[in-house]
Design a protein. Sequence first.
Length: 504
Amino acid sequence: MNESAHPEATTATGRVSGLWDSGVAVFRGMPFAQPPVGALRFAAPRPPQAWSGVREVFAYGPPPPQEPWGPAPAPEGRPAGDDWLTVNVWTPAPDPAAGRPVLVWIYGGAYKVGSADDPCYDGGRLARDGDLVVVTFNHRVGIEGFARIEGAPANRGLLDQVAALEWVRDNIAAFGGDPARVTVCGESAGAGSIAALLSMPRAAGLFRRAITQSLPGTYFSDELAADIAAALAAELGLRATVADLSGVDPRTLPDAGAALSAKMTQYSDRWGPVAYTPTPFSPVVDGEVLPVAPWTALASGSARDVELIAGHNRDEFRLFLALGGLLGPVPAEQVAAALRMFGPGPDPEAAYRAAYPGAPAERLFELVQSDWLFRMPSLHLAQAQIKGGGRAYVYELVLSAPGAGGVLGACHGLDVPLTFGVYSGFGEMLIGPEPTPEVEMVSGVLRAAWARFAATGDPGWPAYDPERRLVRLLDTQPVTAQYPEEESRRLWQDHHFAALPLRA
């Protein structure tokens, strides 16, 4: 391998030249759609324009407009511009005859933030160690991507994802990937996006396998999404229409989302539990782009031909408690309100207290929110896939994060640095300045399982079934065992996850 020469590949729109980095060829910032600005603002993505000659693709494209949010600072030196819809590829060799399995990562960020240039999404180690072609890309977030705007298609962020996957289908062979072995993988809002893609007719056939890490259970009904969009636009004194919002600079429009996020609890009578989440955005079950909620779609067989891994972390909500300064004692009335707001059934408070006798109030407060937002949606997605005639594998991450004084447990987001084996940015907060041997061990186990699944459809443990309920517990000594959250599973077994309604 001559790393002094630039690796090149030929895409459908032109030839590209990348860089070698530690034995992996990297191509950054390739457009998969035209910039969604001007006449294309709030529109479905349009195919990119071709170019002549060889295009240098050394740097990431600019991130989509978004509000500043999250525990980790944004990367420095980000490029500016409107070309938000770009794709990045890491490959051991851009050999069209190689036919390696492909793993496409979809970032999380509460559907309101995220960008593929985040250092924690560097795909080099995953590609090199797993002998994979790794793909990341940008999609629209926040108001640009997910607000229900009159005159615009719903779920523009999901439509961007479909366009990126179409680019992968049409171009990945040139980078050494096999378009027939594409696995989509994502965490949090990325996992929620994948569950939506599994339910969308226009995404059918674009990937063979899927991995949802900490799937959030929030999908909006059309009525709820429209009501939230009206409140977003009202922050600017406008209506939620293309005509009104197109006149607002894309870089200042996220301010409306930030302003609404700060006071969402004022809308609890109309929006219900959504008002207590950190984001006013989620995929919209609009009946067209996303016909039905994922659990309904999968149970009816929408993804029976797609092999699925669905899993979660043991202590999902503890991260949000830490960020909100709520670790430790919680007032009894706040705990009772949370149990009633988020729990299932006619008397969720009594049910949780009976299922977890003697549990401290703060433990119940964390459990019900972990269950409602991530743990039970993930388990129920696997169950829906099986009901629809497909195959699903389930895992739970139980390794405790060593950073932040060791108080975070196996919290939300810990799986991201483990997936990539990259510990900067957000990962450093959870793990510390240097990964421990235990962290490296679990990261190696997880990356090997994902690579094996992408190549063969088998991650190395038995598929889930409703009788045995075998799952993989990811720790320094991974084991296969019965699903460990039995009390919560029983509490939620009769609950039906669906699009969240407008309560007014």
